[in-house]
Design a protein around this ligand. Structure first.
Ligand code: THU
Length: 125
């Protein structure tokens, strides 16, 4: 699974985004250690606070089906603007993919970051 393929899957997932409040439609594609892909989209709510980001949707789908170890997550938006993961999603990534990569597309170029560089000092128990 190349980074570009994963970005394409994230773009497809953004088509399912439910974002009537922000009008910002996000998709994510998550690669498990053993090569399976889970996708997710943002799911907003009238209360705003109950909104779930695309990244967490994908991670929670995977964890709820027995997968707990991930190598990469790609994030894409319907309008093509870049979306770097929020702090809450990075905290969740630290839990399940501390050595993983985050892939985004900016100005038609693929950018790859480590979870560690985006979130060097997350909370640990
Ligand atoms: N959002 C995501 O789904 N992922 C990100 O990386 C950034 C933000 C969503 C949350 C909300 O539905 C909308 O984008 C605007 O913040």
């Amino acid at each position: 699974m190349t980074d570009l393929e994963l970005i394409q899957m994230a773009k497809n997932a953004a088509e399912y985004a439910y974002a009537p409040y922000s009008d910002f439609y996000v998709g994510a594609a998550l690669l498990t250690e053993d090569g399976k892909v889970f996708t997710g989209c943002n799911v907003e709510n009238a209360s705003f606070g109950a909104t779930n980001c695309a990244e967490r949707t994908a991670i929670f789908k995977a964890v709820s089906e027995g997968y707990r170890s991930f190598t990469k997550i790609a994030i894409a938006t319907r309008n093509g603007s870049v979306a770097y993961p929020c702090g809450v999603c990075l905290q969740v990534m630290q839990e399940f993919m501390p050595n993983g990569n985050v892939i985004v597309e900016k100005d038609d170029l693929i950018e790859t970051y480590t979870v560690k560089e985006l979130f060097p000092k997350g909370f640990v128990l």
